[in-house]
Design a protein around this ligand. Structure first.
Ligand SMILES: [Zn+2]
Length: 104
């Protein structure tokens, strides 16, 4: 009696099994699912960042570190920081984005 190996109905030697990602489909649909979840995560992160920009719209001015003063070399006299005009703050990138897309 000769043992003949049963032919596999769907031979796929190029695709190894993915034991740690069982919920994702295999083949081209797998990359689509990966891109979709990556885009969803990016949208969520951006929404969270814009929400913090709405609550805390400003950050410290990078030149004067939030003091609003540009000190003289003697450290006794100062003038208004040129970059922030003495306010000591700058608008965050997300704040500029929100202001640009304001509806009113
Ligand atoms: Zn400044």
């Amino acid at each position: 009696m000769i043992a003949v190996p049963a032919p596999s109905p769907h031979p796929s030697p190029t695709l190894p099994p993915l034991p740690h990602l069982p919920e994702l489909p295999t083949g081209p649909m797998r990359s689509v699912a990966l891109v979709t979840s990556a885009v969803a995560a990016l949208v969520l992160l951006t929404a969270a960042y814009l929400a913090t920009c709405r609550i805390w719209p400003y950050a410290n001015c990078g030149r004067c570190n939030g003091s609003g003063k540009s000190r003289s070399p003697s450290r006794k006299a100062f003038r208004n920081c040129k970059r922030c005009k003495g306010t000591g703050r700058r608008e965050r990138t997300g704040t500029k984005f929100l202001n640009r897309h304001k509806t009113h």
